[in-house]
Write a protein of this length. Sequence first.
Length: 273
Amino acid sequence: MLGLSLRSSAVERLPCKQKVAGPAPVGGLFDNMKIKGVIFDFDNTLINSSKTVDDANKSVLNKIREDFEMMDLKTFNSILKKVQKKFDSLDPMKRYKRLFYELFAEESGLSIDTEKIDAYAEIFESHLINRMEFTEGAEETIDSLKNMGLKVGLLTGAGFYPGLKKRTLEKFDRNGKFDIKIIAGNNIPESKHNPEAFKKTAAMLKLKTDEIIFIGDTPDVDIDNAKEAGMKTVLFDRYNEEKRKISKNKPDFVIEDIREIYKILDSLNQELD
């Protein structure tokens, strides 16, 4: 894997109460709904962050190769693996834009000056913000949920360094699709590793936690903590087929297409009647 990564360590596919297969039509299914809100994770749920990050790092690699012809792919990947470990060990709130490439300069032993470090950091951030793509079906699903009268929120982690996730979300949600957008550790002090972050997000939507479905891709963060907060949980497993992290709680549903949320809503509303 190249450079900065948003992929969670892999986990074996979790058993669940129900596997939903395929999108369902919206029409007429949701009168008298008991589920009143849907909260989404961001990275690798609403957008394919892993691909975006990999592509951003490839762009950085191309620039580094222009500057240092001796930098081959094998060496580059070896250095990045070591740098990633150092970077991940640091407090996210103490990281900053150029830090990863400062660490890269130290680890590589190359004479990378300040101007080049800034250039690499800018290439990475610009690609990450400007070339991200919605997960297939995500944008129209958000619109449909809003049209059905559901509240729609977003709860995401702090990101690589302060400010980056805020700028990313401003670009991503420039049309204001979400009722709330919460960056855990920023808008609220709690991280997503704390169920309280999920409870506070529900409160900001003015909903009870048992009126909400949470959809995320990470079993030990999204599923465990949303479940402990009292929400129904959906594991979105499209981008993380080789997970290794162990989850304390089984998700209520596992999906591979974001549009399967329609069938889940129908199932839960019938169950609660």
